[in-house]
Ligand binder design. Structure first.
Ligand code: DON
Length: 309
């Protein structure tokens, strides 16, 4: 990988770091509470295989909700959009990521989109394999192919910590099971889902995965078409409409790029046909998005005119 530290990016990271004090590290998954709130690192991975970074870019973090885009891509590839969208919708909710309310009030039992927990749990239940170990291995191998890095692994401590505390996610699975939208075994899917959320990597790997989506599914290093163009397009559209949860509208206005956040403080973003961005800044704002990560993207978008709108 042809990567170098970049002064301009370092300047923006330093600027964005100023807001970390206003954020809070996630604590509802006990193992995440150990992250240090003033961290911020970023990498930009270009279509020609070069990359720039700033901050402690070797720091490893778990994907959390960013994994929802990757499991969606895999499940869409295996089952096709028609089948997947029988079980999960395409509309934003305006609610927090773990909200259960619309499962009851809107089209009962069918989650509105695959970026909220309810929708992601349905997607995870559709991952192919004969056992839970088989299914998570299959997803992990797909993520390794996307990052072109066989060393990507699962953080056992974080997955176990979340498995113990996932009562609302379990409740949503049971609720959807009543309507036969969710067809898996609840404990098995929670096991796979908590492991997919605990897939760990650094911002360079994350930027590289972002660049695969930016290049419409083609890998910048291997030149292989990893994800069909139409499926990469569906994933990017969800990143725009639902990627930052109930802050997606404001994010689209202020920054205007496809992006997906996770409660670990990761953000995967991209500039279509140009580059992927990987950010790690564990202090979160009140909507569960990296506070300094958002600030950094605001600065980058304004300075380099990144908005797609
Ligand atoms: O389901 C959960 O609670 C987490 N493992 C993932 C949530 C998440 O990252 C939401 N992001 N902002």
């Amino acid at each position: 990988m042809n990567c170098r530290c970049n002064e301009e990016l370092e300047y923006f990271v330093k600027e964005a770091k100023k807001v970390t004090k206003k954020g809070k590290v996630a604590s509802y998954i006990p193992a995440l509470a150990e992250a240090s709130g003033d961290d911020l690192s970023a990498a930009v991975y270009y279509g020609d295989g070069t990359c720039l970074y700033a901050g402690d870019v070797k720091k490893v973090f778990t994907l959390q909700s960013i994994s929802k885009v990757l499991s969606l891509a895999l499940v869409l590839m295996d089952h096709g959009p028609n089948k997947v969208f029988q079980y999960v919708g395409k509309e934003p909710t305006g609610d927090p990521f773990n909200s259960i309310i619309k499962l009851e009030t809107d089209n009962p039992g069918k989650p509105l989109n695959p970026m909220i927990n309810a929708g992601a749990l349905v997607v995870t239940s559709m991952i192919k394999g004969t056992s839970s170990a088989d299914k998570i291995e299959y997803l992990l191998n797909f993520v390794r192919t996307l990052a072109n890095d066989q060393s990507i692994s699962i953080c056992q401590r974080v997955s176990e910590s979340e498995f113990e505390t996932s009562m609302i996610n379990r409740s949503m699975c049971y609720y959807m099971k009543e309507y036969e939208i969710f067809r898996g075994e609840v404990e098995e899917v929670i096991d796979i889902y908590t492991k997919q959320c605990a897939i760990q990597m650094n911002s360079l790997d994350l930027a590289k995965i972002g660049s695969v989506f930016a290049l419409n599914g083609k890998h910048p290093e291997t030149g292989k078409q990893i994800i069909p163009t139409d499926i990469a397009r569906i994933c990017k559209t969800f990143m725009v409409t639902c990627g930052m949860y109930n802050a997606s509208g404001e994010f689209a206005i202020k920054i205007g790029i496809p992006a997906k956040s996770g409660v670990s403080g990761g953000i995967m973003g991209l500039s279509p046909n140009q580059f992927g961005i990987g950010i790690f800044g564990p202090a979160l704002n009140e909507k569960g998005n990296s506070i300094a990560g958002i600030r950094l993207l605001e600065l980058l978008s304004a300075n380099y005119n990144l908005s797609i709108f």
